[in-house]
Design a protein around this ligand. Structure first.
Ligand code: TRP
Length: 459
């Protein structure tokens, strides 16, 4: 029905969120995860501190937020899995179903991300046990380092935790209870925040808090290479879960009367607060114990146990912290797999348990490439480094920004303002015009420039 009036009549095939708050909690559950606590600090450390943080914050606000709004509005309008939704809206709004490639790339990207995400979530689960058994009580940087090195050096242990995490993800998704996790997210995110604040007090007492503040917030613009800018933009996409149709899949279940803008702002604020807080805990410890901020993916596992080890009740808080983090990772993982599962159910006629198992086993197998990247295959390097480094770069720095670019170009240039306004703000007020300007011009131009710039620098 080309050129038809706004069509708000489609219903989702999998029911709807029970309320606006339920949706906010689900998207928050997707956004808050290892990206905030594990990845953000080590990316800041590897990419020169303040300059990276500044670009990250700008990218979150000017690129990530409008894309999140675009994904939700597209999802709610299409009410199907991202592939079908993009095909339906593509035909309605621009006469071609080719836009479904956005959904296809998103599904592949989500599976690739989850393959390494699960392996890292496995570390988090291993650290629940390590903390609870008092491994870190009175720890020194040597003992903490030795624990971490021993974990990643052993493919069997690492593989076992990866297997357990993937199994948990599949069980939740197979039983279709993701949307029952609302109340859990409601407790988990504030609790994670609370423990980080507690650790912040410890971090503030180390004597290196100012050094850390300066490192994170005083930009040294000489560090701002095209690669750093691309990494910061990619991290913004990763942390907000945008660019691969994940939020689009969740938007499909959003009730028609919920405000997309308010939801997005709430999610972006809590996600950013948790990432900054994690950095403010990690870096004082880094400087106080003379560690290397550019340590890499092990950074949070080599700093937080040190802080916890000095605290009274550190074993208990450590156990709680890693438990909450594993849980935050689980609510992100189910969002990463939901796209492919919804697609298998809707277009291949599989039952939910079969679809979840098939997708889960595939992702689990791919995940061993990451498991082995830290031990058996750690000297197998090409492109960006290990296999893990390459999968990470390909997804965060190529696929997510590219997907986000196409999504925002579709919403800004190909969807009629009537359709987008119908979802965002039927009165077409200032909020709508701001979003439209960002979606049409600023966000796509910024992503393109970042891409061109980094190709020029690397190519
Ligand atoms: N945002 C999550 C985190 O910070 C990870 C995640 C979940 C994600 N869904 C996503 C990343 C979709 C990119 C795309 O841990």
């Amino acid at each position: 029905m080309p050129g038809a009036a706004p069509d708000n009549s489609r219903a989702s095939l999998h029911g709807h969120w029970s309320s606006r708050l339920a949706f906010i909690l689900a998207v928050t559950g997707s956004a808050v995860g290892l990206g905030n606590v594990w990845k953000f600090p080590y990316m800041v450390g590897q990419n020169g501190g303040g300059a990276f943080v500044l670009v990250y914050l700008l990218a979150v606000l000017l690129i990530g937020l409008p894309i999140m709004m675009a994904e939700i509005l597209i999802g709610r309008r299409g009410r199907r899995n991202p592939v079908t939704t993009m095909a339906i809206l593509g035909v309605e709004e621009s006469g071609t179903a080719a836009w479904r490639w956005i959904g296809i790339m998103g599904i592949v990207g989500g599976m690739l991300i989850l393959s390494f995400y699960s392996a890292i979530a496995g570390w988090t689960m291993a650290y629940i046990v390590k903390s609870a058994t008092g491994t870190f009580t009175g720890a020194t940087s040597e003992t903490v380092n030795a624990e971490f090195v021993a974990l990643i050096a052993d493919p069997l242990t690492m593989g076992a935790w990866h297997t357990l995490f993937m199994a948990l993800t599949v069980i939740v998704v197979a039983r279709g209870v993701e949307r029952g996790l609302e109340s859990a997210v409601r407790v988990m995110v504030p609790a994670l925040f609370f423990i980080l604040v507690l650790l912040l007090f410890y971090a503030a007492s180390t004597g290196e808090f100012l050094t850390a503040l300066r490192f994170m917030f005083a930009p040294d613009f000489s560090r701002l290479t095209p690669g750093v800018v691309l990494a910061a933009v990619g991290q913004a996409f990763f942390s907000l879960s945008v660019g691969m149709g994940c939020i689009m899949a969740y938007g499909a279940y959003l009730p028609q009367d919920a405000s997309i803008a308010q939801t997005s702002v709430a999610v972006v604020l809590s996600d950013t607060a948790i990432a900054l807080l994690a950095g403010l805990v990690v870096f004082p410890v880094v400087f106080a114990f003379g560690l290397d901020p550019a340590e890499g993916p092990g950074l949070v596992f080599q700093t937080l146990p040190l802080a916890l080890g000095q605290l009274t009740g550190g074993a208990l808080f450590g156990m709680l912290f890693f438990l909450l983090l594993a849980f935050a990772a689980l609510t992100s993982a189910i969002s990463l797999i939901e796209g492919v599962v919804a697609w298998l159910i809707e277009t291949r006629g599989l039952s939910r348990p079969v679809a979840a198992t098939a997708a889960g086993v595939t992702i689990w197998l791919i995940g061993f490439l990451t498991v082995l990247s830290f031990n058996v295959l750690k000297d197998f390097r090409f492109g960006r480094g290990t296999i893990f480094d390459n999968v990470d770069f390909l997804t965060s720095n190529v696929m997510l920004p590219l997907g986000g670019l196409l999504i925002v170009v579709f919403a800004g240039w190909f969807m009629s303002p009537n359709s987008t306004a119908a979802e965002l703000d039927p009165a077409g007020g200032r909020l709508y015009r701001t979003w439209h300007g960002l979606a049409k011009f600023l966000a796509p131009v910024a992503i393109l420039l970042v891409f061109l710039n980094s190709v020029g620098a690397f190519g």
